[in-house]
Design a protein around this ligand. Structure first.
Ligand SMILES: Cc1cc2nc3c(=O)[nH]c(=O)nc-3n(C[C@H](O)[C@H](O)[C@H](O)COP(=O)(O)OP(=O)(O)OC[C@H]3O[C@@H](n4cnc5c(N)ncnc54)[C@H](O)[C@@H]3O)c2cc1C
Length: 334
């Protein structure tokens, strides 16, 4: 597919910058009191992150904020900077393992960055970072815009998909992305093309950087039959539900596939680990590249199971499995 460049069409409202001096004094006063950035946006202390991850594990964020406006996003970065705090970016948390000890600094959630624009003529779709990827997939199909049917079973946000190069059923984010707008920690924005994002399998130049994707534009093919596209989307959705264990909390595939010949799930299965359990975490019977939280897992159980699977696969196959899941926080003593 030929990718064309077009500046993003959806502007995140509220571009006025909050004063750095006022943020700095609020940071100095901060202590453990909530900090109000605007009427609608509060930086809160000690917020449990378990509810914000698909594994349903993880300790508290030292500070947590979910901005809705662009100025609030900028102010959140400024506040962390003024307080000399590290920043962690959180989408839907569907590819994260967060330590039971939680995360120091400020966690910025993108879940309220919700806006979208579908152009049925050109096929261009511009969406905010916090839009759920499955929702965008359904909406595109309903409008006869072909391209994102593969994305329906991936329970992340648009921002997370851009960073992870999320993909399924032979499609991936890089194939359809025209550009992504990012907010840099110094408060400036940049528009990045797929070439600048250096996309590879489940990987992009944004991983390990604190550049916040605010919105992304995709080029889809207009003029398709919405009924046929919706049927194909449903088919992908149902296929995922029947072949993968969606009934318990997980992060989807834990490891990257080492190659097309060696799938991580097959290697783990051959090492005899299906059903293997540590604490409340279990390697799924249905798909060995999934680890399930069977109800009472700690993040440390999942972490130990990841290390155990890596060790066993290395013993059997002399292959090092690399986690796809992003592991955040302190697991040293786990
Ligand atoms: C049941 C299940 C099935 C899954 N199936 C698939 C699949 O088929 N294919 C696939 O590719 N993945 C799959 N996943 C994994 C996951 O859904 C994807 O990796 C998804 O793209 C992560 O998006 P997220 O919003 O949840 O990101 P998060 O998990 O919140 O974050 C992932 C990384 O992206 C960063 N990040 C998130 N948002 C932003 C932003 N706006 N700006 C900058 N950085 C950001 C985070 O800091 C973190 O490093 C599955 C997960 C589950 C639970």
């Amino acid at each position: 597919m030929t990718l064309s460049y077009d500046p993003p069409k959806v502007a995140i409202p509220g571009t006025a910058r909050l004063s750095f001096e006022s943020l700095k004094s609020s940071a100095q006063r901060a202590g453990t009191q909530p900090i109000r950035l605007s009427n609608d946006c509060i930086i809160k202390p000690q917020v449990s992150l378990a509810a914000f991850t698909s594994f349903r594990v993880g300790g508290p964020a030292q500070w947590y904020v979910a901005p809705k406006q662009f100025a609030e996003l900028q102010a959140s970065f400024d506040w962390a900077h003024a307080h000399d705090l590290p920043v962690t970016l959180l989408g839907a948390g569907s590819n994260l393992l967060i330590s039971d000890r939680g995360l120091p600094g400020l966690v910025i959630s993108t879940r309220r960055l919700r806006q979208n624009q579908f152009d049925p003529e050109s096929g261009q779709v511009t969406v905010g970072a916090g839009e759920p990827l499955p929702l965008v997939s359904w909406h595109a199909a309903e409008r006869g815009l072909q391209g994102l049917e593969w994305a329906v079973g991936i329970p992340g946000t648009i921002g997370g998909a851009v960073v992870m190069n999320a993909g399924a059923h032979g499609g991936c984010t890089a194939d359809y992305l025209v550009n992504a707008q990012v907010l840099l920690p110094d408060g400036t924005t940049k528009i990045l093309t797929p070439q600048e994002l250096h996309y590879r399998y489940r990987s992009s130049a944004l991983q390990g950087k604190n550049w916040l994707v605010t919105q992304a534009t995709f080029q889809l093919q207009p003029g398709f039959d919405p009924v046929a596209l919706t049927a194909l989307t449903s088919q992908h959705y149902n296929h995922r539900r029947t072949t993968q264990p969606y009934h318990l909390p997980s992060c989807g595939s834990v490891f990257r596939n080492p190659s097309n010949d060696y799938k991580a799930g097959w290697l783990i299965e051959q090492a005899g680990l299906k059903g293997y359990q540590i604490g409340g975490a279990q390697i799924a019977e249905r798909h060995a590249n999934f680890i399930l939280n069977c109800g009472n897992a700690m993040a440390s159980d999942i972490f130990r199971l990841i290390r155990h699977a890596q060790h066993q696969v290395e013993q059997h196959w002399s292959l090092q499995l690399v986690p796809e899941v992003r592991i955040l926080g302190d697991f040293q003593a786990a």
